[in-house]
Structure formats: structure tokens, C-alpha cells
Ligand binder design. Structure first.
Ligand SMILES: NC(=O)c1ccc[n+]([C@@H]2O[C@H](COP(=O)([O-])OP(=O)(O)OC[C@H]3O[C@@H](n4cnc5c(N)ncnc54)[C@H](O)[C@@H]3O)[C@@H](O)[C@H]2O)c1
Ligand SMILES: [Zn+2]
Ligand SMILES: [Zn+2]
Length: 346
């Protein structure tokens, strides 16, 4: 089969690989129909993800058809259409029993990281019963690709952890796919104001289209003043960090109102200062989270009922044969205006 392989820092290739086989009774083999590229895949290619070794097939998102199941799989059969979650969960370990699938002792984020992933014609998915999700027959499968990772991430790490409530004020720092996923799902809770902050005017324009009530380009260094002006000097009840660099986390620390919540989503590679000299008296909470994908079934219902339209995040389409072009387009998002690129596999 054809597969996209991480070959070492800044090295990548579309290669012929053997079709994966069942290795454990809980495994399924899924024939991939559509997959996509995540910002995290770009981090892997830069060598930022130590757990992902050269030779790994990348990808942790996608939809497909069950091609084979292990003897222990009872929830799925050959031919079923499934959504592959970016998080594999056994459903039985201490963390899974606490709905913290991201920390499953035999799963978590392993696909396209510690084991071969979805940017290929077939993928082996461990713990299939509890890591695949059935796709309703009339569903838009392309839309559901956005439910493997980015929508649960924006919703769980940003919206739920950020305790967004009706009438509250929210700032989302970063209008990439994750920040926009948080923006779309924040609206389930009817906040009064959602302020989008980014340095890219195209993305800020999209944020406005997606429901942001205000947009701030922070490249002039005056975003804190702008947020304070918009909020009568108070700051925001929820500040969502969806970039993953010190400057944006510190911005969130400066715009959080007394009693507010700073919900971090970004993956941070560098240390960030925690300014307790400002924050100790502010009654705030800071949360961090690796996406658990516990909200996937709920999000699937909101897509089916048309309360949520994830297709708005899809900007480009490529075939698997052109996946190197897809990576190039995705990596140059500021020029290409790419958000999520769909890779058509079959
Ligand atoms: N916690 C989790 O489980 C989880 C899961 C998936 C992704 N992530 C992380 O979420 C973050 C966002 O992911 P993404 O795919 O949307 O990334 P992205 O790179 O596509 O988007 C980041 C956005 O931040 C903007 N930006 C860059 N520097 C900025 C600055 N100084 N001020 C304001 N905006 C700035 C960029 O213009 C871009 O629009 C990444 O760090 C990613 O690794 C976390
Ligand atoms: Zn991802
Ligand atoms: Zn587990």
C-alpha cells in the first residue's frame, strides 16, 4: 500500500509499505477513505516529537471502512464505516475509567506517533471497540474527518475547560484550525462576546465569519489594551490559548478578568513564565489538557443535526498520490490560506 512516512528531521516520503495485519484480538484494520494533516504532523517533521521515530507512517485523523477485525472486537464488523479517533483508549484502565482517554496506559495519542498512522491506504487501530466511532449512514464523511482531533480538541481543552457560559466574554488567541474549532463550539454556550486574536488578517476574517464578535490583529503589540477597551477594563472571563508559544500564553495571562479561566490548548515546546505576581490575587484558574476525545459522540450528533458545520474548516483537497503537495500547501498556510486539507485516499 501507499503510505506517507516520516524519514527524519525535515525528511518525508510517499512509500510502498506492506498492508498492516491484526496483531492483537482488539485490533481492527481500517481501509482509509479520507484523512488530513494536523499542525502536530508539522511538529513531527521538524523533529519536535521525540516519541515519533523515523520510519513512522504519520496521521492521526480520518474516516474509513473496517477491513478486518481481531477475535476480540464485538462493536464493529467488516464493512462498517468508522471515524478513527486520534486517541486510542482501552476503556478499562484507571485513566479510561475516569474518561481521561488521553492518558490510557496502553493507548492515548499513539496513532501516527508511536504506531503507524492514517496517512496511508490502511491503518491498524488498537482497542478498536473503544477507539473507533460508527458513522451514521447519511453522514457527510468528509465533515467527520474534523472530529478525529480538532473539534474535540477545541471543545474539550478550550470550551469545556474554559467554562464558557451564557453571557460571558471569551478571547481565543490563535485562529488556526484549533482556535476556530474552539470558536465554533464555544457558540453552543452563547457567550456574549468572542474576541479572536491572531497576527494573520485572513484568519481573523474567517474568525469573524465563524462567529467572532471582535477581531484583533496583535502584531502591533497592543492587543491587551484593545481587549481591555472592549471589556470595560475588566478583561475576559475565558482566555483560550490556541497557539503554543510564550507570547500568546503571556497575552492570556494579561487579559484574564478576576474570577476567569485561562484554558491552554497549545503544545508548548519552550518554557513560559507564570506571572503569579499579577495573578495570585485574581481568583483565576489555569487549565491544561491533552484532548481525550470523550466528546466525539456528542459532537457527531451536533454535526448530524446541523448545529455544527465542520466543512467550513476545509479549504483544500488532494489525492494521496499528491500528499507531498498537500503538506507544502498546509505548511505555507499564511500564503495559501489553508486551514484543513482533505487527503482523498480511496
Ligand atoms: N492540547 C491538545 O490536545 C492539542 C491537540 C491538537 C493541537 N494542539 C495544539 O494547538 C495549537 C494550535 O493548533 P493549530 O493547528 O490551530 O495551529 P496553527 O499553527 O495552524 O495556528 C496557530 C495560529 O496562531 C497564530 N499565531 C502565531 N503567532 C501568533 C502570535 N504571536 N499572536 C497571535 N497569534 C499567533 C497563527 O497565525 C495561526 O493562525 C498548536 O500548538 C497545536 O500543537 C493541542
Ligand atoms: Zn492533531
Ligand atoms: Zn485505557
Amino acid at each position: 500500500m501507499k503510505a506517507f512516512v516520516y524519514r527524519g528531521v525535515n525528511l518525508k516520503a510517499l512509500e510502498d509499505r506492506p498492508k498492516p495485519e491484526i496483531q492483537a484480538p482488539g485490533d481492527a484494520i481500517v481501509k482509509i477513505l479520507k484523512t488530513t494533516i494536523c499542525g502536530t504532523d508539522l511538529h513531527i517533521l521538524k523533529g519536535d516529537v521525540a516519541t515519533c521515530a523515523p520510519g513512522r507512517i504519520l496521521g492521526h485523523e480520518g474516516v474509513g471502512i473496517v477491513d478486518a477485525v481481531g477475535a476480540g472486537v464485538t462493536a464493529f464488523k467488516v464493512g462498517d464505516h468508522v471515524l478513527v479517533s486520534c486517541i486510542s483508549s482501552c476503556g478499562k484502565c484507571e485513566y479510561c475509567r475516569r474518561s481521561m482517554y488521553s492518558h490510557c496506559t496502553t493507548g492515548g495519542w499513539i496513532l501516527g506517533n508511536e504506531i503507524d498512522g492514517t496517512q496511508a491506504e490502511y491503518v491498524r487501530t488498537p482497542h478498536a471497540d473503544t477507539s473507533l466511532y460508527p458513522i451514521p449512514p447519511d453522514a457527510d464523511e468528509e465533515a467527520l474527518v474534523m472530529l478525529s482531533d480538532i473539534l474535540p480538541t477545541g471543545f474539550e481543552c478550550g470550551v469545556l475547560n474554559g467554562k464558557i457560559s451564557p453571557g460571558s466574554t471569551v478571547a481565543i488567541v490563535g485562529s488556526g484550525p484549533i482556535g476556530l474549532a474552539a470558536l465554533l463550539t464555544a457558540q453552543f454556550y452563547s457567550p456574549a462576546e468572542i474576541i479572536a486574536i491572531d497576527v494573520d488578517d485572513n484568519r481573523l476574517g474567517l474568525a469573524r465569519e465563524f462567529g467572532a464578535t471582535q477581531a484583533i490583529n496583535s502584531s502591533d503589540g497592543k492587543a491587551v489594551d484593545a481587549v481591555k477597551t472592549m471589556t470595560e477594563g475588566r478583561g475576559v472571563d475565558t482566555a483560550i490559548e490556541a497557539v503554543g508559544i510564550p507570547a500568546t500564553f503571556e497575552l492570556c495571562e494579561k487579559i484574564i478578568a478576576p474570577g476567569g479561566t485561562l484554558a491552554n490548548i497549545g503544545v508548548h515546546g519552550k518554557k513560559v513564565d507564570l506571572h503569579l505576581e499579577w495573578l495570585w490575587s485574581q481568583n483565576i484558574a489555569i487549565t491544561t489538557r491533552l484532548v481525550d476525545t470523550v466528546s466525539t459522540p456528542m459532537l457527531m450528533k451536533t454535526v448530524q443535526s446541523k448545529k455544527l458545520d465542520p466543512t467550513r474548516l476545509i479549504t483544500h483537497h488532494f489525492t494521496l498520490a499528491k500528499i507531498l503537495d498537500a503538506y507544502d500547501t498546509f505548511a505555507r498556510a499564511a500564503e495559501t490560506k489553508a486551514l484543513k486539507v482533505i487527503i482523498e485516499v480511496a
